[in-house]
Design a protein around this ligand. Structure first.
Ligand SMILES: [Zn+2]
Length: 167
């Protein structure tokens, strides 16, 4: 399981990212408020903030038309890619496509958690060979349009969660 972190710096980062999205949405849809269903297409389904080595990264799910890049579209870090493929038993060409995982329909690699972790892995050159994805801390994921908390998907639970046997 992933333990959602409540550290203030992480929560502030997530709030600020959410606010950026709302401001961008108001530029695109000046006459609509965030509750209008027409703005739905603009927002990523989910956002999250992650932390490792005191560095913070915001991630967004692949969905949504907002002009903030989804980092895995450009390049996916090998550590993350290998773990996703191994966990979901997929070939590389099957990433980001709908698949059934433990009975749940999932787009593997398309989550906000993947985006945040990917940015971290690509940016942090100090990551040791013993690094495990479970060492990355995450805030609770939220739906940016409504600010509702949103559960982590099963694949994220597996690849970013505590290893079995850890308290
Ligand atoms: Zn996920």
């Amino acid at each position: 399981m992933i333990k959602p972190q409540k550290e203030q710096d992480m929560l502030n980062h997530l709030d600020a990212f959410c606010e950026v999205l709302h401001q961008k949405c108001r530029l695109v849809y000046p006459n609509l408020n965030d509750d209008d269903s027409k703005t739905k297409i603009f927002y990523p389904a989910c956002i999250v903030t992650c932390k490792y080595n005191d560095k913070l990264y915001d991630g967004r799910s692949k969905s949504g038309t907002v002009d903030i890049p989804f980092s895995l579209d450009k390049s996916i870090n090998k550590i993350l890619e290998n773990k996703l493929l191994e966990e979901a038993k997929l070939y590389k060409t099957e990433l980001f496509k709908a698949t059934t995982y433990q009975g749940e329909k999932i787009y593997v690699g398309s989550c906000a958690e993947d985006d945040a972790a990917n940015q971290l892995l690509e940016a942090d050159s100090t990551i040791p060979p013993t690094f495990s994805l479970s060492q990355i801390k995450f805030t609770q994921a939220i739906r940016p349009r409504t600010k509702q908390e949103w559960p982590y998907c099963r694949v994220c639970q597996e690849i970013f969660g505590e290893e079995d046997g850890n308290p």
